[in-house]
Design a protein around this ligand. Structure first.
Ligand SMILES: [Zn+2]
Length: 380
């Protein structure tokens, strides 16, 4: 009797083992920590190091000034979009990049437009060695037009031209879009991952704001779009949507959207949001800063931006925090933000905390929660 029981137990164990091995050989995926459901608590910042193959990093800039610097690494390919916000940003950017870059080469450098908060870290000054002087530079893609005559812009241009004399290649975004000469609209980064330079009406029209001249790009992986529009404002956004609707079947859903112009009232307008239905939004800004405007509704990220993004997603994050601009008080908001892509799974990892904007004390104290985000809360 006892023998029979043992045999039945052994048979059951064998069946379980066969079942488990079948699952493994069939490539069964165990539950992943990737992806967040509405209301799910985010992954803590002390997660293990990222080992996935496409990472998009939104960097803090080492000072109280809002600006952009986005570092993308995919295998051996390293891309830097902008190097704001002041010359001191170069030190902060390099400290971060140097933790990831393997060969000291930036295969692509993209400068979106001629404003200081996007290009100040590219050139060297007495105290700081700029990005162009710190790495081997592959291809530089920048803005075809600018009205800028500032010292900052001229320093950028000089440093860019020296980089070209030292072996870098330089194209404007318009040359890329048109596939002129050796310039390419789409750069294959390997395994089907692409860097695509988008068309912007203001590449060849002088009537926009400086922000509207911004180079627009997207990274494409497995059919997913990650969209970067620099500081493009309403006129530029509307024309971008119209052009892609007319010529390319639409912009398509953006899994990731870098909030245009730091979450300003002038950007992330209804038409663009409806066209791209963003899923994750990262604001490169000093939250609460009075740098440009002290009006409570207008400081980054603006109430208007929040209202326009809210119907599509509540996964909104921001880099830095400047609660007292006048007294030079700055710290991290989410901190350095890494958007990590593994197959079709997406993950946000932040150096300070992984709170969504709506979960932060700053938001609770300074913003009116949109109805769409209230409904997300009810779903918790
Ligand atoms: Zn800017």
């Amino acid at each position: 009797m006892l023998f029979m029981k043992k045999r039945r137990f052994s048979a059951a164990l064998l069946i379980i083992l066969i079942f488990l091995s079948g699952l493994i050989s069939a490539g069964c995926k165990l539950p992943s920590t990737y992806g967040t459901k509405h209301g799910q608590k985010n992954i803590p910042p002390d997660d293990p190091p990222i080992t996935t193959d496409l990472n998009i990093h939104f960097l803090e800039l080492g000072n109280r000034y809002t600006g952009d610097s986005i570092y993308i690494n995919y295998g051996e390919i390293d891309i830097l979009i902008d190097a704001g916000s002041r010359t001191s940003s170069a030190a902060a950017i390099k400290a971060y990049i140097d933790e990831h870059i393997k060969d000291n080469k930036l295969e692509f450098v993209i400068a979106t437009h001629g404003h200081q908060d996007h290009i100040a870290g590219f050139y060297s000054v007495n105290t700081y060695t700029g990005i162009f002087d710190s790495y081997e530079i592959g291809t530089i893609i920048d803005f075809p037009r600018t009205n800028s005559t500032t010292v900052t812009y001229n320093n950028y241009k000089t440093a860019r031209d020296i980089a070209v004399a030292s072996g870098a290649v330089h194209y404007t975004a318009l040359q890329c879009y048109r596939n002129e000469g050796d310039a390419q609209r789409i750069y294959d980064l390997g395994d089907g991952v692409q860097l695509e330079i988008l068309y912007n009406y203001y590449y060849e029209n002088n009537t926009g704001s400086e922000n509207d001249y911004s180079v627009c790009i997207r990274i494409i992986k497995d059919g997913n779009y990650f969209l970067f529009t620099g500081d493009l404002e309403k006129n530029g956004e509307d024309r971008l949507v119209d052009y892609y609707a007319e010529h390319h079947g639409g912009l398509g859903h953006a899994v990731l959207y870098k909030a245009g112009h730091h979450g300003s009232v002038t950007s992330s307008n209804e038409k663009l949001m409806a066209a791209i239905t963003p899923e994750y939004v990262v604001v490169t800004a000093c939250v609460g800063t009075a740098e440009y405007n002290a009006s409570p509704a207008v400081v980054f990220p603006s109430q208007a931006f929040v209202n326009r993004v809210a119907p599509y997603t509540d996964k909104v994050y921001a880099t830095s925090f400047v609660p007292d601009y006048a007294n030079n008080v700055f710290t991290s908001f989410n901190g350095n933000i890494t958007f990590s892509v593994q197959d079709d799974n997406f993950k946000i990892l932040c150096s300070n905390n992984n709170l969504k904007l709506k979960e932060t004390q700053w938001f609770i104290n300074n913003r009116v929660i949109p109805n769409a985000w209230k409904s997300y809360l009810r779903r918790k």
